[in-house]
Design a protein around this ligand. Structure first.
Ligand SMILES: [Mg+2]
Length: 230
């Protein structure tokens, strides 16, 4: 029988990155903006957008920024936008601690991974995490390195970052896998799905933000007309 493999993106796919960001921002806002409880969920979601913006900026322009720098940048821009006064450094510190607690592997995937036959090769492909971070996260849900064929972090590919055809191809070559027998689970079309699809893998996009997924312009037009009630 042909070998099969599944490659999981970590952040936002296998783990609950966005939910933990929102939860952590919300809890930190409760402490820093007492008495504003009605807006806090919306504020936390807004802060997450500012966070991803700062994270992208760090990737592109400020590689020396660490996570605290990114959070401080996001919070200071958001508080300026919302005209609220906050101790940005303390906010970033409090946020970091809570986010660590909230971050976990999604329970549905824990079950899937534990129940999947051993003959299916399982990989985690992560960008921006150390191998140690990944193992700590797995340990939280009683998964271990031995539950996977290999855990790949982009640092081990001489700084080659996603999106990457090379990294996926190197997995296929190393384990003699045929792309048609492989599945990639990701939450980002360009970073995860596009290179996998181009190589001929099956793909699953996981997203809580999409109401309708359209395969092309005609479908998008039909769905838009249906959604807008025309
Ligand atoms: Mg991701």
């Amino acid at each position: 029988m042909k070998k099969r493999g599944v490659i999981f993106d970590l952040n936002g796919s296998l783990d609950n990155t966005d939910q933990s960001i929102i939860k952590a921002f919300q809890s930190t806002l409760e402490k820093h903006l007492p008495g504003r409880d009605t807006d806090l969920r919306r504020f936390a979601e807004e802060l997450m957008v500012f966070f991803w913006q700062a994270d992208k900026l760090a990737d592109l322009k400020y590689p020396q920024w660490n996570m605290a720098d990114i959070i401080e940048r996001a919070v200071s821009r958001w508080s300026h936008f919302r005209r609220v006064n906050m101790d940005v450094q303390q906010f970033a510190k409090d946020y970091g601690l809570i986010r660590k607690e909230c971050l976990t592997i999604r329970p549905e995937f824990v079950v899937l991974i534990k129940e999947m036959p051993r003959s299916v090769l399982k990989f985690i492909f992560s960008q921006g995490n150390s191998k140690r971070d990944v193992l700590v996260l797995l340990d939280k849900v009683s998964l271990a390195e031995s539950d996977f064929t290999e855990i790949l972090v982009t640092g081990s590919f001489h700084e080659e970052n996603k999106p990457s055809i090379n990294i996926l191809k190197s997995i296929m070559d190393k384990y003699s896998l045929d792309p048609a027998g492989c599945l990639l689970v990701g939450d980002d079309v360009f970073l995860d799905i596009m290179p996998a699809k181009i190589l001929g893998m099956k793909t699953i996009l996981i997203s809580e933000y999409v109401d309708v997924l359209a395969a092309g312009a005609s479908e998008a037009c039909a769905q838009a007309a249906a959604l807008l009630g025309r």
